[in-house]
Design a protein around this ligand. Structure first.
Ligand SMILES: Nc1ncnc2c1ncn2[C@@H]1O[C@H](COP(=O)(O)OP(=O)(O)OP(=O)(O)O)[C@@H](O)[C@H]1O
Length: 378
């Protein structure tokens, strides 16, 4: 019996390397075929280094030659592995959290600029777009997320997951919520120190039954002190959104906020700045804009710092009312406000996608779905 090289190649054209699509001759995986009497030697290079993949490739080749060329052919397969180079290590600090794809901090240099309001409405818009969302309210000075979602009287239950006792986040409008406020009495002044706050927050992240989340938003305490550094360093943050109002005193602090994330020991990408209370608009006269805190201060700051202005959100009575009664304004349907929050959210996701593309993908930085996010063409 004399085996023909072309007959062997034709047989190998009927199969592909497991997991590699094209047939193994066209794809270039087969690098050499030598025949000698009833013997044939096939050299092949595959990308998957696992033993199982090697074995499977070998068996497939033998089967194809026996079926298509000769039942009694003596087949020898030499397999070389050419695995793609390992991606460089991700810069994200801390352990990735199983099931949580992106953790975004919402920060402000100064108190009262609307950081929690922006967090709440960002969460609602993301949820409306089809993402699975959680909020971790880390504002140790004044946790307001429970009020903004009307769950201030609830307490997280304890559940067993894989034999371990875990905290079950409270749910409102489909958003999972844990707040430092659930563990302190409203009238009790708690003085947190950095390590204490980090420990409590770590428990709320790692010992909680969050389940699968596309986004976990972290509402940080206002400011840029030591305690913020401890909190920020304790979490594997994907990115940060900085909120500011347009007036000079707020902008100076927002600048410090951006700088905090950009310093070497933190190194968390800033997705952009949200200008809150950009102008005042009476709801019945939406065309009227009164620049009571100055005009475009945060837009100019964003430009100076080379970060994106994610949105300008007006000062509108119903935003405050929505916050007070636990019904975030972004829940409104087809209003200018809901639209403004949607734009803010789309821009934030767009920046996040860019950021995830420019850093090696890890479980901590991957997005699982772009459902509903029309602006993001991915
Ligand atoms: N765009 C807006 N229009 C109207 N009211 C707003 C707007 N943004 C925030 N507010 C209101 O301003 C108040 C402070 O907002 P919020 O609690 O979100 O600020 P914060 O920056 O999180 O404050 P803190 O310093 O306590 O963390 C709230 O009553 C909120 O409803």
């Amino acid at each position: 019996m004399k085996l023909e090289k072309q007959a062997i190649l034709n047989a190998l054209k009927t199969i592909s390397v497991p997991g590699e699509g094209e047939d193994m001759v066209t794809s270039g995986a087969v690098t050499n075929v030598v025949t000698f009497g009833d013997e044939v030697i096939v050299d092949i290079t595959i990308k998957n280094p696992s033993l199982q993949a090697k074995k499977k490739a070998e068996v497939e080749i033998m089967k194809a030659i026996h079926a298509e060329v000769h039942m009694k052919a003596q087949v020898k397969v030499n397999i070389k592995v050419d695995a793609p180079e390992k991606a460089p290590k991700n810069e994200i600090k801390g352990k990735p959290i199983p099931g949580i794809q992106n953790i975004i901090a919402v920060a402000s240099g100064k108190g009262g600029v609307g950081k929690s309001t922006i967090t709440a409405n960002l969460a609602v818009s993301l949820q409306k777009m089809g993402f699975k969302v959680g909020i971790l309210d880390a504002d140790i000075y004044g946790p307001s997320i429970p009020i903004m979602f009307d769950v201030q009287d609830e307490k997280p239950l304890s559940v067993k997951v894989d034999g371990k006792q875990k905290m079950k986040p409270v749910e409102s409008y489909g958003i999972k919520i844990l707040s430092i406020g659930f563990f302190t009495k409203p009238d009790q002044a708690v003085v947190w120190r950095g390590p204490m706050a980090s420990k409590a927050l770590n428990q709320m992240i790692f010992d909680a039954a969050w389940g699968a989340l596309d986004f976990l938003l972290v509402d940080l305490p206002p400011g840029t002190g030591d305690i913020h550094l401890s909190i920020v360093q304790a979490m594997p943050l994907t990115g940060a959104v900085v909120v500011s109002t347009p007036q000079k005193v707020a902008l100076a602090d927002a600048k410090k906020g951006v700088a905090m994330f950009q310093q070497d020991s933190i190194n968390v990408p800033v997705l952009g700045i949200v200008e809150n209370m950009a102008w005042f608009t009476p709801e019945e006269l939406p065309e009227n804009k009164y620049y009571i805190f100055g005009k475009e201060g945060a837009s100019n700051l964003a430009e100076d710092l080379g970060v994106r202005l994610l949105a300008q959100i007006p000062l509108v009575q119903s935003i405050r009312e929505g916050g007070d009664v636990g019904h975030p304004a972004a829940l409104q349907k087809d209003t200018i406000l809901a639209e403004a929050f949607e734009t803010m959210t789309r821009n934030s996701v767009e920046e996040l996608v860019k950021r995830n593309d420019s850093l090696p993908p890890t479980e901590a930085v991957k997005i699982t779905t772009m459902a509903g996010c029309a602006a993001v063409k991915k």
